[in-house]
Design a protein around this ligand. Sequence first.
Ligand code: FES
Length: 87
Amino acid sequence: MANVTIKAEENGPLLVVVDKKTTVTLCRCGGSQTQPSCDGAHEKIGFKAEGSEIEIHKHPESKMKPKSLRHGEGKSFSKMKEEVGLK
Ligand code: FES
């Protein structure tokens, strides 16, 4: 199984790191014009937050198989919002 870490950069975005390679950079300051991705706006607006990180481990008895997501696959963001009752 891949080694997955979610890292909150100090004063910056959330990084999804898979096998030591950053795969996704998510905005947590709310200022990005390319949500949910970070576009560097956190530096311009002076976003301040502590950094931290967690490692994700697959439970040894899990039957879940990894699924790759590519752009255009899976549910759309609007479909997910619809399912949880958001407009
Ligand atoms: S964290 Fe980078 S733009 Fe929001």
